[in-house]
Design a protein around this ligand. Structure first.
Ligand code: NAP
Length: 259
């Protein structure tokens, strides 16, 4: 399927690895030119070079912390007037509710709520003026079903979800859609780190921790960054203009809900 976004500009935040990279690759495959971002310059440059080579699109790589004001300013300067924004950043650490203090919440809110909101505020007005735009926020299945040890994530992502629910309906008239993609468990460094934490806490191997989590997913496997990226590219396509303010779970059936 031609996604109709060849030659459009896409900013994909936190995209040197994992789900962000999956999104960047799928958008590049559809012909979008990219601005990619991550903190670590080396893996970012390597990912950008591989995408240029494989898909022949323009890729600008900006090594910066997207959760800092200075980092966002540099990324936005490189991005200019992009038509597509994919919001992503690392997730907060696991823990227990009694440990989290105000500063921990502020950090989580900054990374997973206020950073995407700030980028939306910077880029959506231009998209509206030009009459076309797509915003996809990578959030989490924890928005639909809380993951107790990820209370900081549950809280910050719920805040972004509320903001998107209202804002997406205020910008849709100008041809701009904002939607959220909710990953369940995907095979990325983040999943390895969480499995590592469980293995350590329970004295089992990482393979056993992973097998246990896979058994709890109806699809009996972790998702891949490639299939996550394909869903993102579709939401960013010409075909998705009537999909507004939605929360799409990609979780292999893991969250047991009817709607
Ligand atoms: P990942 O494999 O660890 O990749 C994270 C990417 O983000 C890397 O490219 C990393 O590069 C970049 N990054 C992290 N913090 C950044 C920052 N402050 N500024 C710029 N770039 C940053 O993680 P992932 O699994 O793809 O997860 C992506 C998001 O989805 C996270 O918020 C995670 O909590 C959420 N999520 C993931 C899963 C899952 O199963 N994988 C499930 C639910 C939700 P640098 O470290 O070099 O900056």
């Amino acid at each position: 399927m031609d996604l109709g976004i060849r030659g459009k500009g896409a900013l994909v935040c936190a995209s040197s690895k994992g789900l962000g990279l999956g999104c960047a690759r799928a958008l590049a495959e559809a012909g979008a030119n990219l601005v990619m971002n991550a903190r670590g310059a080396e893996p970012l440059e390597a990912a950008a070079a591989a995408i240029r080579e494989e898909f022949g699109v323009e890729v600008t790589a900006v090594a910066a912390d997207i959760t800092s004001e200075a980092g966002r300013a540099r990324v936005l300067e490189a991005a200019g007037e992009v038509e597509i924004l994919v919001n992503n950043a690392g997730g907060p650490p696991p823990g227990i509710w009694t440990d989290w203090e105000r500063d921990d919440f502020i950090k989580a809110l900054d990374a997973n709520m206020l950073t995407p909101i700030s980028l939306i505020k910077a880029l959506v007005p231009g998209m509206m003026q030009r009459g076309w735009g797509r915003v996809v926020n990578i959030t989490s299945q924890s928005v639909k079903a809380p993951i107790a040890v990820l209370g900081l994530s549950n809280s910050a992502r719920a805040g972004l979800t509320g903001y998107v629910a209202g804002t997406s309906r205020q910008v849709a008239h100008a041809g701009v859609t904002i939607n959220n993609l909710l990953p369940g468990i995907h095979a990325t460094d983040r999943a390895d780190a969480l499995d590592g934490g469980v293995a350590k806490a329970e004295g089992i191997s990482i393979d056993d921790a992973r097998a246990r989590r896979e058994a709890a997913i109806p699809a009996r496997r972790y998702g891949t960054a490639a299939e996550f990226g394909s869903a993102c590219a579709f939401l960013c396509s010409q075909h998705a203009g009537f999909i507004v303010g939605q929360n799409l779970l990609l979780d292999g059936g893991g969250v047991n809900t009817t709607l």
